[in-house]
Ligand binder design. Structure first.
Ligand SMILES: O=c1ccn([C@@H]2O[C@H](COP(=O)(O)O)[C@@H](O)[C@H]2O)c(=O)[nH]1
Ligand SMILES: [Zn+2]
Ligand SMILES: [Zn+2]
Length: 631
């Protein structure tokens, strides 16, 4: 397997989450154990991609941003009552994934105002804030301006709109003292992203750690009790390692806590006995929790540090089995639903969960969704179509359907008699399509990018017909933007995961799974979802789930139209999304260059447009109207 370039297999399959029906949340299989509170506690979000309305078709992820506003307010109060610190952290990718963020121009114009209602302490930039110049300047002028010293872009710059000089979008570092006296040095480090608009500059981690400001920050004479490194960067096998090494060269024992993102998985990684790293999923499905204890007058230089809070569980785990460090940790991945939030806010037994600030945010989500027409009904999806829970070519997989859609609606009427291949990257498809109403919102949820369709006219059939296979053999050049450092791997395990959870396997071998409080006979009823295995093993998921099958998919797929009955033609228009132009040209070879490329259907018809158009004109999607129901 030449391209084992992504996360390790056991981590990869936790990202694939099948829905449960609305209403399927029940009392038996929700969260079952209190969180462990330490001296320093964190709540972490990442890759929210505009899903602030929550998952309307998946009850297990059905909380909205207002619920999180309320929950985080409860947690800040609880920390205050316990006399400990809590920090709220977000690690970027704020849009490209849902109508609330993407139906405005530029993306995020409305959703950012709702996002801002959570009282974050530290935030970092994602690659989705950097693809387009207008979004990048919005990030500078609105996001960075709003969050000020809390918005950390240690390796990301933008051209000053007046002078053209590079300036950091946010701050390079934040040195601050928590309410209870911990002195923190924080950095925000994006992976070595190369697909950014040229009005921005991403400095590699290697270069960043050699810069004077960074050396000054880690060599400062100001006391540092803990480093917090956040960044849109996978928790594992990423350039976080470079930052870790640079800090450790100067501070051999100071705790370093990483918060990552970008690969859309749940993961927790031990760097050393005083350093760990969490990644908290994607799309408002996961709220990450990390807590640590072990600060004392010797290692924090602060006398009055609060002890572990009483009356609640506390962190108990050393990062490594032979750790001699005083630091103990806990981590948890909370499912993004109200039952979970109410349970952990300890309000599930009465009605006192909601606060006005959360209610207001929820009301804004609802009213902006209306204003943006996100509930407009375009069709009725006859069955579930998933990206990876069924084999790529099967009828339950979304890609055969999308291939049909590309073939049918991506057509230039002046060239409709010429056969065409319409090629797209599977990475541009972002979510499953569920049985039931297909709304304007769903068109962003499945295909949010504004990538135009380009074409090269009349390519000889012999060459055009080999293109898709050749592209998939070569693999997407965006792979370099996955954020993972290339890792030598001996084996590449087939990523298919049997639809049995780790927990069930464990029970079948006669072990109980006490932390989750689940007995053998209950297992069969678990709701499908995350079944995470990380460096602290298998008890990270706050709610137990059964695993979801996972089938790998190629990097590219295509629709084909206008061929004769045998599937042949003399020449073919090769149509492709602009995001993959360099991949296509690389395969076509020296006889083709960008001067052969033009818009197929104008600049305004993009990957956002083909699916709603197909749904509106397809009998398959119109048949179920007007009485279309979810599930
Ligand atoms: O215009 C675009 C921009 C991005 N993509 C796809 O998205 C991923 C990156 O998404 P993350 O959320 O940062 O993981 C990129 O690799 C492309 O596959 C796109 O298709 N078009
Ligand atoms: Zn993302
Ligand atoms: Zn990303």
């Amino acid at each position: 397997c030449g391209s084992c370039y992504g996360p390790t297999n056991h981590v990869e399959h936790v990202r694939h989450v099948k829905r449960m029906q609305p209403g399927a949340i029940n009392a038996t299989y929700g969260p079952s154990r209190a969180l462990e509170w330490g001296q320093l506690n964190f709540l972490h979000t990442t890759d929210t991609h505009g899903w602030l309305e929550g998952h309307l078709k998946e009850a297990n992820y059905g909380a909205d941003w207002g619920d999180f506003v309320t929950f985080s307010t409860h947690f800040k109060q609880q920390a205050g009552n316990m006399g400990v610190d809590i920090l709220l952290v977000d690690t970027g990718d704020l849009h490209d994934g849902a109508g609330l963020s993407d139906a405005t121009s530029p993306d995020g114009e409305i959703s950012m105002k709702i996002f801002d209602q959570v009282d974050y302490d530290l935030l970092a930039i994602g690659n989705h804030e950097l693809y387009l110049a207008d979004v990048a300047y919005q990030t500078l002028n609105e996001i960075s301006a709003y969050w000020g010293e809390k918005y950390l872009t240690s390796n990301v710059q933008i051209a000053n709109q007046e002078t053209g000089e590079w300036q950091y979008i946010g701050k390079t570092q934040r040195y601050f003292t928590t309410e209870h006296g911990l002195r923190i040095m924080a950095f925000g480090v994006l992976f070595d992203f190369t697909g950014n608009t040229n009005v921005t500059n991403v400095i590699t981690a290697d270069a960043m750690v050699a810069e004077q400001w960074f050396l000054d920050a880690i060599n400062t004479s100001d006391p540092i009790d803990v480093f917090v490194v956040l960044g849109h960067n996978p928790a594992r096998d990423s350039t976080f390692q470079v930052v870790f090494d640079a800090i450790r060269a100067v501070h051999s024992e100071t705790p370093i806590q990483f918060f990552g993102g970008h690969s859309h998985i749940r993961d927790f990684v031990v760097y050393d006995q005083s350093s760990t790293s969490i990644e908290s999923g994607r799309y408002c499905e996961t709220l990450g929790w990390v807590s640590m204890s072990g600060f004392n007058a010797d290692n924090s230089g602060y006398d009055g540090i609060s002890p572990n809070p009483a009356g609640v569980p506390n962190p108990t785990r050393k990062a490594t089995t032979n750790s001699t460090s005083p630091f103990l940790y806990s981590r948890r991945y909370l499912d993004w639903n109200r039952r979970t939030l109410e349970y952990h806010a300890a309000t599930w037994y009465n009605d006192s969960f909601d606060y006005d600030n959360g209610r207001e945010a929820t009301a804004e989500v609802t009213s902006y969704r209306k204003q943006l027409n996100l509930e407009d009904l375009y069709g009725c999806v006859p069955q579930d179509y998933c990206m990876t829970c069924a084999p790529f070519n099967s009828s339950d997989n979304i890609f055969p359907l999308l291939s049909e859609a590309l073939a049918e609606v991506v057509v230039n009427t002046t060239r409709q008699d010429i056969a065409r291949y319409v090629i797209s990257n599977t990475g541009g498809v972002r979510f499953d399509m569920y049985k039931g109403p297909f709304t304007y919102d769903d068109s962003f949820i499945v295909s949010p990018f504004e990538d135009a369709f380009l074409y090269i006219p009349e390519v000889p059939y012999a060459l055009a017909s080999t293109l898709l296979d050749a592209l998939n053999k070569a693999g997407a050049s965006q792979k370099r933007d996955l954020g993972f450092m290339p890792v030598e791997r001996d084996i590449c395990v087939d990523p298919f995961v049997e639809p049995l959870s780790e927990i069930k396997r464990e029970l079948d071998h006669g072990h109980s799974h006490e932390p989750l409080g689940i007995s053998r006979h209950q297992v069969v009823d678990l709701v499908p979802g995350y079944t995470t295995t990380d460096d602290f093993e298998t008890d990270g998921d706050d709610t137990a789930h059964s695993a979801i099958p996972y089938y790998s998919i190629p990097d590219f797929f295509q629709g084909a139209a206008g061929f004769d009955a045998d599937g042949h033609a003399d020449v073919v228009d090769v149509v492709f999304v602009d995001f993959i132009e360099s991949d296509v040209l690389a395969i076509l070879g020296v006889n083709y260059s960008s001067s052969d490329v033009d818009y197929y259907n104008g600049a305004d018809f993009t990957t956002r447009d083909f699916l709603p158009l197909f749904v509106k004109q397809s009998e398959l999607f119109q048949a179920g109207l007007p009485n279309c129901t979810v599930g």
